[in-house]
Design a protein. Structure first.
Length: 514
């Protein structure tokens, strides 16, 4: 038997009766649905159809709606003119709405017809709400001592959350997984410098995220000044420390270094103070026992990054001159420095004393420094300079007596024994009293004694000699700076510190002369 399937007109008009021997088409009179629109979760729609001319009816779905339609329906008798059916439509997981198109299938005898019942719209699933994140700190700033800071965070529409710090502020994982609402306490360590951390709370859900960021700052320690040191560079206008003019300019240049509580030392301004100049004596021959006196009109107030004080001195005589500059700012100790200038006289230095070298021109020459020192002592004490020939002859005579004629130099006991028993340049030693200490040496020099001293010299003294070792020389005077020395036919000024470090013996001498 053949089956005819035909679509009925949607106009619900009565069908035209078929010719004799044929069935007339069924007619749909009305269609009612409890809803034509469902939420994204789906639902049940009840259909009621009135019709005539059909023996059986069934509900069906046209196409693939993209949602589940449960049991569209089985064939039901509808000869009484009414068809009722409930259609269960599933949820729509897509964001866009979907339409389920329904058909009513009718049978009349062997013929099959269908009628479009229209669609039921199922809304799309609404987009998930975006997550939010919030972060607050109990303190945005802490002192250099550190401390505890509480982080309070919260979120909405989030399924996972984390907390991060850059740079890291805690041990363990970073970012740290945390609840999406709560608190987290961090310990900020003490520090010697300022620090800063960026704290971020992140909330996420379904591939979307939100973040809240706060900055935590640790202040640098309060730096305080713990000390100031002042240095002085004192120079004179004399070229190479020597000038033929009695007028000399002295310049004291000061600089300061400040030390702070963080251990840093940097250049800084010189604290306000005063620089004074003192004249420390003049050696113009013989014993120089001049005491210090203040230079007139040479007290200068200094302060700041560039602190300079000057003093113009017109000396009353030729010879070796010493000036000491002292900076004081009320603290203890003061800062001082001494410079020497030799004011060269147009006549022989040292009031006529022209000390010969006696072939003892310096380290490396004939080793008769002991004999030459005795000759210098005789000249300074008795104002008569021994001849080179007699002094050198005495040296070789002593070497013959004690060292088999070898040029090895005389020890102090050998020198004193020869001087006592044989005599040197017509003089004989009567006393050799050892001295010790600066005060005793100054007392003897102030009494117009000239002293003999032995020393163990450092390398490169005098400058350019490149030599070091044992030596004997004459001590002819002193200033506050130190003693005046005669050796190798020259006068030297050394400091008391150098004298104490180098000297191995000092003697006041008594001798007879013809």
């Amino acid at each position: 038997m053949s089956v005819v399937v035909a679509a009925l007109s949607a106009a619900l008009a009565p069908p035209t009766l078929a010719s004799a021997g044929q069935f007339a088409q069924p007619v749909v009179l009305s269609v009612r649905a409890t809803s034509r629109s469902l939420p994204d979760t789906g639902g049940v729609v009840h259909f009621t159809v009135t019709l005539r001319g059909a023996n059986a009816c069934r509900l069906g779905v046209a196409g693939s709606p993209g949602v589940t339609v449960a049991s569209p329906g089985a064939w039901q008798r509808c000869a009484n003119g009414v068809f009722r059916h409930a259609v269960s439509i599933g949820a729509n997981a897509a964001p866009a709405a979907r339409t389920v198109v329904l058909r009513l299938y009718l049978r009349r005898g062997a013929a099959l017809y269908w009628y479009a019942l229209g669609g039921v719209r199922v809304a799309g699933e609404p987009a998930a709400s975006a997550p939010t994140a919030s972060l607050a700190l109990s303190a945005d700033t802490v002192s250099s001592a550190g401390g505890l800071v509480t982080l309070t965070y919260s979120s909405t529409n989030a399924s996972s959350c984390s907390l991060a710090s850059s740079p890291p502020l805690w041990t363990g994982s970073d970012p740290a997984v945390v609840d999406c609402a709560g608190t987290y306490q961090v310990s900020v360590p003490s520090a010697s410098a300022s620090g800063q951390w960026t704290l971020t709370f992140t909330a996420g859900a379904a591939g979307r995220s939100a973040s809240a960021t706060r900055t935590l700052t640790e202040q640098a320690p309060l730096v305080t000044l713990t000390g100031t040191s002042v240095a002085m560079a004192l120079a004179s206008s004399a070229s190479n420390g020597s000038t033929s003019s009695l007028s000399v300019n002295y310049t004291a240049s000061l600089s300061a270094a400040c030390t702070y509580s963080n251990g840093v030392t940097d250049p800084c301004a010189v604290p306000g103070g005063t620089v004074t100049f003192e004249l420390d004596g003049v050696d113009n021959g013989g014993n120089a026992t001049y005491l210090s006196s203040a230079a007139s009109n040479c007290a200068t107030a200094v302060r700041g990054a560039t602190a300079v004080a000057t003093c113009d001195v017109t000396w009353a005589t030729y010879g070796d001159q010493w000036v000491t500059a002292t900076y004081e700012d009320g603290s203890d100790p003061s800062v001082s420095q001494t410079v020497e200038v030799q004011v060269v006289a147009p006549v022989d230095l040292a009031a006529g004393y022209t000390y010969s070298t006696y072939d003892n021109a310096g380290p490396g020459a004939v080793g008769d420094c002991t004999m030459a020192s005795v000759a210098d002592w005789i000249e300074t004490t008795f104002a008569t300079a021994p001849s080179d020939q007699s002094t050198v002859a005495a040296y070789w005579a002593a070497e013959d007596q004690y060292n088999g004629g070898a040029d090895v130099g005389l020890t102090t006991p050998q020198l004193f024994a020869f001087w006592t028993n044989v005599g040197i340049d017509g003089t004989y030693l009567t006393a050799s009293d050892p001295l010790s200490g600066q005060s005793e040496i100054e007392s003897m020099l102030s009494s117009q004694y000239v002293l003999l001293a032995t020393a163990n010299l450092p390398s490169n003294f005098p400058p350019g000699s490149g030599s070091a070792g044992g030596h004997m020389w004459l001590v002819v005077g002193y200033s506050d700076y130190g003693p005046m020395i005669v050796s190798w036919g020259q006068e030297f000024q050394i400091s008391w510190a150098e004298f104490d470090s180098w000297t191995t013996g000092v003697w006041s001498i008594g001798a007879t002369t013809p």
